[in-house]
Structure formats: C-alpha cells, structure tokens
Design a protein around this ligand. Structure first.
Ligand code: ADE
Length: 332
C-alpha cells in the first residue's frame, strides 16, 4: 500500500472519530439496541461483573464500531480493536488474548472472516476464559490451558449468515443494526455540521439525508465533501445549489446511487438480460470483489427494490429494469 493511501485511510478514520458520538446520549437512532445495551450494562455494573459477549450485525457504516466504543467507555474498560482478516494465525489470537487485562473489551470487526481453526480458540476463551494451546504434534502432543482475565468480546459482522452456529451461540447478546430513518439521518447531519463548524440549510439537510443510503457514514462523507465545496467557492452555507454541483461531480443520483451501483444495474440489464446472474459473473464484469458487491453495493440495491436475490443469482426487479433503462438513456 502506498504512503498516500495509508495517510488517506488515517484521515478517513480521524474524521470518523471526530464525528463519532461519545455516549448513548449523543448517539442518534437504533433505539431498541441502545435500550438493550443499557440494561446489559446496568445489570453487569450492579453485579460487578464484566458484560456478556456481544455481537453486532448489519451493513457497513451503521455504527457497530461506534457502539463498541460507547460500551467500552460505559464499562470503563480499555477497548482493544482487531479484525477477522488481521488475525492470520492461531498464535496471533493467542497473543491478543494473553495481553488482555481485567475488564478489557476485545473488539473483533468483520468476525465472519476469521478462519475456522482460529475460531475454535475463541470458544473456550468466551465460555470459561481459558486459552487452550496444543504443544507438539502426534502422540506426545499436550494441551496447555491458560486462564484469561475477565474480559468481554464485542464482535461485528456485515455477514451474519457466514458465522458458524457454534460461534453465534456463544454471544450473550446479538443485535441487528438497521438502516436509519430519514429523520434520524437528518439529526445526525445537523449534529455533524455543528461539529464541523459549517452552516447548512434545512433543504440541504433533507437532500443529503435522501441520498445517504440511510447510513450515517455516507451522510457524513457527503457533508464533508459539501463543506469542502462551500469553502472553495467562498460561500458560507451548504444549500441546494451547492449540492447540485456536488452530486454532479460525485456522480450521485437522486436515489443515492453512485457510478458502480449503476454499473451493476446496467451489467445485469445489458449482459445478462436482466438476470438472474451469479455473483461471480457480476464480479468479473464489474471488476470488483464478490465480497464487496455483497456487503457494500447489493444490500442497498435490494433495500430500495432495484435488484433481488433468487436461487439462481441476482436479478433486476421491474423497478430496477426501469431505472437501468432511464440511466442508459441519460448517458446517451
Ligand atoms: N455519527 C455517526 N453515527 C451517528 C449516530 N448514530 N448518532 C450521532 N452521530 C453519529
């Protein structure tokens, strides 16, 4: 990865951290999840125990990591962050677990990408805080058992369907994060604009909310780009005119679809007669990994009813076909 890229990623994370709500009182939306978490936290606090292991699932950008930060803050524990793909060997996980301290919260993002052998190390660690390491091979192999301090695991996944039954069943609380309502997204935009110190009028708040894909991360990203544009144009308020120009350059349409989303629709229409088409075939035409299509593009296209999943692959709905036709006319 190039230096620039790493810098870019750091900046991306920095502004996410800046806008991340610091407590339940600042966290907008997901009311039922917040209430359940509140009960878990209060009960554990009264019993002076660490909280149950928690699993969050839902699309990217809906606030799974943010909730893990808030839970850690509320419990007063340190948050140690890692992810499924970052844990490559059983030794990596053993090192993470043996470095935990009493009351720590271990956050594993994208836990569905954890390899099955490594996953098996997690079971006894979650169940009775023991780390079992096999020493040697064959008849002389022995198992060394190490006791771990009381800790809680918070895991997040965009693909709950890819989690094994045994892993899923070891979480005391499993919570689905849903897409946000337009009014919650509007509140989030207002809050973020205040933190970013930029004026935005109510029409523009509504417009960004409408193209946000019901996702706070997307809403905040568009808000940031709009702030850049008013800065460059020496204007002082984000309004509809500014957004019109912004959406043109970012190629965002009224539904919040971007270039790659529209390409998926046109690939299904032009290359597969509307589908169904297998995810592998779509992936090679689009030049994007299957997992990215499945976790980034497809959920929203399904949510707004443009494509559907069938047993033989993905297909355009009637509405999707109509939209794809409209897009290809606009291109001509
Ligand atoms: N920023 C991102 N997600 C948020 C949320 N749920 N509430 C408030 N601000 C946010």
């Amino acid at each position: 990865m190039s230096e620039n890229n790493i810098q870019g990623q750091k900046e991306e994370r920095n502004w996410e951290n800046l806008l991340r709500p610091g407590g339940f009182d600042e966290y907008i939306g997901q009311d039922l999840v917040k209430r359940s978490l509140g009960i878990i936290l209060e009960a554990a606090n009264k019993r002076k125990e660490s909280i149950d292991h928690i699993l969050f699932y839902g699309q990217a950008g809906l606030g799974k990591t943010t909730l893990a930060h808030i839970v850690a803050k509320e419990t007063g524990g340190n948050l140690k962050i890692t992810s499924g793909p970052a844990i490559e060997k059983t030794g990596d996980l053993a090192a993470i677990l043996t470095n935990l301290e009493k009351g720590d919260i271990l956050f594993i993002d994208e836990i569905h990408r954890l390899n099955r052998m490594i996953e098996e190390i997690l079971y006894p660690a979650m169940e009775n805080r023991s780390l079992n390491i096999v020493l040697g091979k064959g008849p002389s192999a022995r198992t060394l058992s190490i006791e771990l301090p009381p800790f809680s695991l918070i895991a997040a996944t965009t693909r709950i369907d890819m989690l094994s039954g045994p892993l899923r069943s070891r979480f005391g609380g499993t919570f689905r994060l849903d897409y946000y309502s337009l009014s919650d997204i509007a509140e989030i935009i207002k809050r973020s604009a205040k933190i970013l110190n930029v004026n935005i009028d109510s029409d523009a708040i509504k417009t960004i909310a409408e193209v946000s894909r019901f996702t706070p991360r997307t809403a905040n990203r568009i808000l940031k780009r709009a702030r850049d544009l008013v800065q460059v144009k020496n204007e002082d308020t984000i309004n509809k005119n500014c957004l019109k120009e912004l959406f043109e350059v970012l190629e965002i349409d009224n539904l919040g679809l971007e270039y790659q989303d529209r390409r998926i629709l046109s690939i299904l229409k032009d290359q597969f007669g509307g589908g169904p088409a297998g995810i592998g075939a779509i992936s090679s035409s689009l030049g994007e990994e299957k997992s990215v299509i499945e976790s980034v593009y497809e959920p929203y296209l399904i949510k707004i009813g443009l494509i559907k999943r069938t047993p033989s692959g993905r297909a355009l709905t009637d509405k999707g076909l109509e939209y794809a036709e409209k897009c290809s006319k606009n291109k001509k």
